[in-house]
Design a protein around this ligand. Structure first.
Ligand SMILES: Nc1ncnc2c1ncn2[C@@H]1O[C@H](COP(=O)(O)OP(=O)(O)OP(=O)(O)O)[C@@H](O)[C@H]1O
Ligand SMILES: [Mg+2]
Length: 264
């Protein structure tokens, strides 16, 4: 007689995000295959991989914009796999988009204020939206540019507006899809400090980013996706040493690949 193996014993609360066995196919393209991932609260977790690896598709699955053919998604231990995107947003998942999505004809402040007002309406509690918009503008470093129309801003700053709008929904989990593109080196460093501060305040951040220096400096754990599969997971130091990662990145020969492999 076989003895059933016991359920693994967990110490402490469930992780913020726990994804298991996610498959997504687009016709003949297997965009994700058996993807497992855990994102704890209070840390920045990185998701890296070559172009077309499936990073954005994974974000879409987690936030409910893309249906998966298989897999399970737990948020703070509760199964949200069958929930719609707006329900997941209310449960505390916010994101930014690789192809920036902001209200371009509105000011930075109004973009954030709209989200703070919508959040206040759902939540029926929380801070005054106007005061919250000002707090967030200050937090993301846009206080001095609050009244500028977003279409007239450089892309890097417009991305901070989008981040501010995501934060105005008071998320528990924040998914950032290449947030630093368009920022110069010192702005990227400042952005890294902001992510570290957000995580220290308890937010779980999942960061997709091609800026390897930023990824290595802010992430406590990294997942490497390649052709829709998790190729490796570990601390930045472990990932940098991993021969499979080096081979996959060197195979595509992009700049991030060479940097991660230490030959850039
Ligand atoms: N809506 C779609 N329909 C068909 N194929 C898609 C769709 N979205 C993504 N794909 C394909 O799925 C694969 C993964 O794409 P995805 O955009 O998730 O990659 P990525 O890792 O975000 O890439 P990048 O670094 O370039 O942003 C690619 O082969 C892509 O062409
Ligand atoms: Mg992408």
């Amino acid at each position: 007689m076989t003895v059933p193996s016991p359920e693994p014993v967990r110490s402490g609360p469930a992780p913020l995000l726990e994804v298991s066995g996610v498959d997504v196919r687009f016709g003949g393209v297997q965009a994700l295959q058996g993807v497992d991932m855990t994102v704890p609260a209070g840390t920045v977790t990185g998701l890296i991989g070559p172009n077309g690896a499936g990073k954005t598709t994974f974000f879409n699955v987690v936030c409910g914009l893309q249906e998966a053919q298989a897999g399970r998604i737990l948020l703070a231990g509760g199964d949200i796999s069958g929930r719609k995107a707006y329900q997941r947003a209310r449960l505390g998942i916010a994101r930014t988009f690789q192809r920036l999505e902001v209200f371009g004809s509105m000011t930075a402040r109004d973009n954030i204020l709209v989200a703070a007002e919508v959040h206040r309406r759902w939540a029926r509690t929380g801070p005054d939206p106007s005061a919250e918009a000002d707090r967030i503008l200050d937090l993301v470093g846009l206080k001095a540019r609050a009244e500028e129309q977003v279409d007239a801003m450089p892309t890097g700053l417009a991305r901070l507006v989008e981040l501010g709008r995501a934060l105005a929904t008071a998320p528990k989990l924040l998914l950032l899809d290449e947030p630093s593109s368009g920022l110069d080196e010192s702005e990227s460093e400042e952005f890294g400090r902001l992510l570290t501060r957000l995580a220290a305040d308890g937010l779980g951040v999942l960061l997709v980013e091609h800026d390897i220096e930023l990824v290595m400096s802010v992430c406590s754990r990294l997942y490497v996706l390649d052709f829709g599969r998790i190729l490796a997971a570990g601390t930045p130091a472990e990932i940098q040493r991993d021969p499979l990662v080096r081979a996959a990145y060197l195979g595509v020969g992009d700049q991030a690949a060479e940097e991660i492999a230490g030959v850039g």
